[in-house]
Design a protein around this ligand. Structure first.
Ligand code: ZN
Length: 197
């Protein structure tokens, strides 16, 4: 059952230890498969588990049911500097309550629609959707321009404040999301292009 759930979740490097289901929600207790973590201070590998610390993270739905991951972000103790540290997990940004792949999926929906509709369709608040778009905007996506035929440029307007937006780059042939440029960089770009006339 655990193996099946792990396969179904399909999140690389993550195993499901336990599952709970209701009619509308699946709750999966998960942890990273690796037995060691690298200390952020000294870069030494540690296998000394300090303690387990769980937090809830929303993931992509399965068969129309909401998926909540109870993530064990383990604390290790560095054998070298003797201090405890939390492991870094690939699939979720530190202190965020959603997976990176959910953020990407939601952002792709926003590109086709807008923040308030996407929020409604996914039972999220507009602020949660905005937070996901920002996480995606901050991650760097490599674009292979050789494969690119038609580039689409669009904007996502953010909920709070005026004139706040994120520029979206889409491959119009494949409809694949290529990248997002966050507000700060966009403002710089705008200033530059207005100066250049
Ligand atoms: Zn260390």
């Amino acid at each position: 059952m655990k193996r099946l759930m792990t396969q179904l979740l399909n999140l690389p490097g993550v195993i499901v230890e336990n599952s709970l289901e209701t009619e509308s929600t699946i709750i999966l207790s998960v942890r990273a498969t690796n037995k060691t973590a690298v200390c952020p201070r000294c870069g030494q590998k540690s296998h000394r588990l300090h303690h387990n610390k769980r937090h809830l993270v929303k993931d992509l739905p399965i068969s129309n049911r909401a998926v909540i991951l109870s993530v064990n972000r383990r604390q290790f103790k560095c054998e070298f500097c003797r201090k405890p540290f939390s492991e870094i997990l690939d699939f979720v940004e530190h202190k965020k309550s959603f997976t990176k792949r959910l953020a990407l999926n939601i952002t792709e929906q926003v590109i086709q629609s807008d923040i308030s509709n996407v929020a409604k369709n996914n039972t999220l608040t507009p602020e949660q959707v905005e937070s996901m778009v920002k996480v995606v905007a901050e991650s760097v996506i490599n674009v292979d321009v050789r494969e690119l035929r038609r580039l689409g440029i669009d904007e996502i307007s953010l909920v709070k404040g005026q004139g706040k937006f994120i520029v979206v780059l889409v491959d119009l042939e494949t409809h694949k999301l290529l990248g997002l440029v966050s507000e700060k960089k966009t403002v710089i770009y705008r200033k530059l292009s207005s100066k250049m006339g």
